[in-house]
Design a protein around this ligand. Sequence first.
Ligand SMILES: [Zn+2]
Length: 63
Amino acid sequence: MIENKVCPKCRSKEIGQGKQIGHGKMLPVNNTFMSLGSNIVADICTECGYILEMRVEKPHKFK
Ligand SMILES: [Zn+2]
């Protein structure tokens, strides 16, 4: 559980973390090598399923 996060849809504080792998990988647009992509992690409301935030695990790869 992540502290201080509240779902804007249902006001639940039960926020979990999800991870997109495989086809959910985000790649830099100028990079065609799959291995250099980064997984996407998301903060998800475990009550209603709303995704509060999505981000890549390794943002420096997109510089
Ligand atoms: Zn919610």
